[in-house]
Structures are given as C-alpha cells and as structure tokens.
Design a protein around this ligand. Structure first.
Ligand SMILES: Cc1cc2nc3c(=O)[nH]c(=O)nc-3n(C[C@H](O)[C@H](O)[C@H](O)COP(=O)(O)O)c2cc1C
Length: 298
C-alpha cells in the first residue's frame, strides 16, 4: 500500500502536512515524530522583513472545540529564517513548504526573491489572507485581482506556487481561478474563517480567525467546489483535521493531500497520528494506493 501523492508537480511520499502557523518556523515538532515521514512541513508565514505579530492573549477557545486566534503573522523574515531555521529543517530530511505573505504586491515579490534557491523548499504557499495596504487594507484573498497579483509576484521564488485561500470569499471559485491563471499549480483550502469571541464575565470581545472542528465542513465544501471547477489543479485540504477520518473526508472530497493545524496544539503528535490512522484505514479496506480514494466523493 502506498500513501504517495502529488500536489501539482510536487511528489510527496505521504499526504499529511503540518498547517502553516501551527508547527512553528523550524524543527519545533521534531521531538514528537520524524519530520521526513510527513508529506511536508509547512512553516508559519514569512514576510520579507521580521514582523512582531499581536500581543498576548492570542488564542481563545471557541464553541464546538474550535479556536479563535489573532496571533498575527509573527515571523523572523525570510533571510533570518534561511539562516537560523531552514538548515535544521533541511537536515531533518523534511520537504519544506515556505508560506509567504506581504502587505503589498512588492512585499510578496521581495519575500519570494529572498527565498529563491533555498534548499529543501519544494513549494511556496502564498498566504493571501492578509491586508492589502494598496486596497484600503482589504484582504488580498477577498479580491481575484489582488490574489492573482500576489501569486504572480511569488514566481520569483522559483518553485511551484500553492495559493492558500480564504473561506470568507463568497466567490471562492472565481478567486481560485484567478490564482491558477496567475501560475499557481495548487490551491490550499482553507485558511481560518473571520470570527469573534466574547468573554461574558469580563465583558470583553476579540476578533480573529476560527479554526479546528467547526471549520471542517467549510473546508470540505471549498475542496468539493474547487475540485469540480478545476479537475486538474492540485488541491490541499485543511480545516478541522484531527483524525484519519477527517483527512479521508477531505481526500474523498477531492484533495490530493491534507494539513493538520489546530489539532497539533492539543496533541503535538497529531500529524503523525492522522497519517497512521489514514494508512490503517486503507490497509483494512485493501486500498492499495491512496490516490484511489482521492475524489471518490467529489
Ligand atoms: C494559531 C494559528 C496560527 C496560524 N497562522 C497561519 C499563518 O501564519 N499562515 C497561514 O497561511 N495560516 C495560518 N493559520 C491557519 C492554518 O494554517 C489553517 O489554515 C487553519 O487553522 C485551518 O486548519 P485547522 O482547523 O486544522 O487549524 C493559523 C492557524 C492558527 C490556529
């Protein structure tokens, strides 16, 4: 039985990856499993320059086992990451997907140029869920044109581009089409959903991004819609995966691979656990190739 898969032109020996922002910038999870045994390690989004993120508290529980976070895109910047974090990741044998962000199209291009030639980096994930200063701080991911421009700018990295899209967009397929038209060979579906939390006793509220189990059905819908609209695109499913069954659901909906995010906060071994459960399910049902379940319920 083989778990091998491909996302666009990127061949992966296994289908489970970490989700950006939930496994650090480097080898933070190495104590819990072999990074090389996962499909890939997707690092927290990086900009051309260091960025501080938001002040604590930044993580809040939400109904249904979900989480609302407003960590912000805290990171050391691409150059420092290449110097301090990437060598360890490369030495671990992991395939690395570098997630990039920017506040302008030029900042995306700058981050991508700094990434060019980096060892072990098999793809760049273009995180367009960030405010576009050139469009009154509207999220890139809410505009087909801005998404296409950011994806295009990341060609400078010289590796395949995956566009990580927002489930807030009502016209997701239009935005996905713009990303693919600008050269993305895969879509990562989905980023967090705009949400809020309220501390009733403290009469305080916060805005942030919803992740975890409540997001799973939203991710399934995004994957199904985009698989039907773009049969040849690579698709990575992400949202509420905590066991092999959610991973299988995303694969059957049409994803070529999946990512595990919030579940890793409760159990740092979650990506390996999910992958093990997936493999056992396939063996029990005599599925010889994981590819045979991809799109089985699209
Ligand atoms: C604390 C936290 C930080 C995140 N940071 C990023 C990020 O830097 N870049 C990004 O593209 N997505 C980020 N995400 C979104 C995740 O990668 C993922 O798309 C989302 O959480 C849904 O998956 P999950 O339900 O498995 O967590 C973050 C999510 C969480 C919970």
């Amino acid at each position: 039985m083989t778990l091998a898969t491909t996302v666009g032109t990127v061949a992966l020996p296994a289908p489970v990856m970490t989700a950006s922002g939930t496994a650090g910038h480097g080898t933070e999870l190495v104590a819990y499993g072999a990074l090389a045994a996962l499909g890939a390690v997707v690092v927290k989004s990086l900009a051309a320059a260091p960025w501080p993120g938001n002040p604590a508290p930044r993580l809040h529980p939400a109904a249904g086992g979900g989480m609302v976070n407003h960590v912000g895109l805290q990171g050391p910047g691409v150059a420092a990451w290449r110097e301090h974090d990437l060598p360890g990741l490369a030495a671990s044998g992991a395939r690395v997907v570098a997630s990039l962000w920017g506040r302008t199209v030029d900042e995306f291009a700058e981050a991508a140029a700094l990434l060019a030639g980096a060892p072990a980096v098999v793809a760049v994930e273009v995180n367009v869920s960030c405010p576009n200063l050139e469009d009154r701080s509207r999220m890139f991911a809410h505009s087909a044109t801005a998404t296409a421009e950011a994806v295009d700018a990341c060609a400078a990295a010289g590796v395949p581009r995956w566009a990580k899209l927002s489930p807030n967009a009502g016209n997701l397929c239009e935005i996905a089409g713009a990303a693919l038209g600008a050269g993305a060979e895969a879509l990562t579906l989905v980023n967090t959903l705009l949400a809020a939390g309220v501390d009733v006793d403290g009469r305080r509220a916060w805005n942030g991004g919803l992740s975890g189990p409540p997001l799973h059905a939203v991710a399934l819908r995004a994957v199904r819609d985009c698989r039907r609209a773009f049969p040849d695109a690579g698709i990575v499913g992400v949202g509420g995966v905590a066991s092999g069954r959610e991973a299988l659901a995303l694969l059957m909906a049409g994803a070529d691979a999946v990512q595990v995010g919030t579940a890793t906060f409760a159990d740092p071994r979650a990506p390996w656990k999910v992958q093990g459960e997936l493999a056992r399910w396939c063996r029990r049902r005599r599925v010889r190739r994981l590819r045979d379940v991809v799109g089985a319920a699209a």
